[in-house]
Design a protein around this ligand. Structure first.
Ligand SMILES: [Zn+2]
Length: 253
């Protein structure tokens, strides 16, 4: 079963094609109907990245191909023209190598990604970020929304956890229950911490990877649990970041 590490291995193997203009074929009929080859053939493959359970292949012009392997899919990188039997879903052929996707059940072409306002802009456009967060699904958990790059770009898992702690907001609260003032405080904290980190300071981590240790503010025990579609780990203090639908103790990790 493809797990995170096999996806990372595939992403590494596919790096041999990065920077090349690739010939693209979709021999399997179920892949051919998606008209991916027509869109991508001859384009430059700019980068390959494992994100969550997806492999993201970025092509020139901002086109992104998403491959999710589910249980059966696998990527192979072989010398160009290596013999094979059967019909792979996708072949990306470079000058010396070709990457072949077998049984890739999920293959989607994305339009250029629309990124949200940059958290590291100086000053950050908090109002534009609030506007995007308010346009998102109101039931969406704030911790999940903060790492959605279409809403706010630049916040990763570490600073999501730390900025929510700074503002005393639980990652599990739905957006509808978080006030504009609280959201602005979280975003301002994220900007401040990330700018400091970028400047070479090492801001003290209060929750990230501190599971089971006491909160420096209230003494509560720091917890962690996977959050959102990509199941990235959220860290929080149940003592001073209350509310929302916290995962129950049985699921404690
Ligand atoms: Zn606390």
């Amino acid at each position: 079963m493809p797990e995170g590490d096999s996806l990372h291995r595939a992403a590494r193997a596919l790096q041999v094609l990065a920077g090349q203009n690739v010939e693209v074929e979709t021999p399997h009929p179920r892949a051919a109907v998606k008209r991916i080859a027509e869109r991508l053939d001859g384009l430059r493959l700019e980068s390959v990245e494992a994100r969550g359970k997806n492999l993201l292949l970025r092509f020139e012009g901002g086109i992104v191909l998403r491959s999710h392997l589910r249980m059966s899919g696998r990527w192979r990188v072989e010398p160009r023209g290596a013999p094979r039997r059967g019909l792979p879903w996708l072949v990306l052929r470079g000058a010396e190598h070709e990457a072949v996707l077998w049984n890739g059940p999920v293959l989607e072409l994305g339009v250029p990604e629309r990124l949200g306002p940059d958290i590291l802009a100086d000053p950050p456009d908090l109002e534009a970020m609030l506007e995007r967060l308010r346009a998102a699904l109101p039931t969406r958990e704030v911790g999940d929304a903060l790492v959605d790059q279409r809403l706010v770009s630049g916040i990763g898992n570490v600073w999501k956890a730390e900025s929510l702690w700074e503002a005393r907001v639980s990652p599990w609260r739905p957006l509808v229950e978080v006030s504009d003032e609280e959201l602005a405080a979280v975003l301002a904290a994220a900007h401040r911490l990330m700018a400091a980190s970028l400047a070479g300071e090492r801001p003290l981590r209060n929750v990230y990877r501190r599971v089971g240790r006491p909160c420096r503010r209230c003494g509560g025990t720091i917890r962690s649990y996977p959050q959102g579609e990509s199941a990235r780990i959220a860290y929080w203090c149940p003592g001073c970041q209350r509310g929302g639908r916290e995962p129950n103790d049985r699921n404690l990790v």
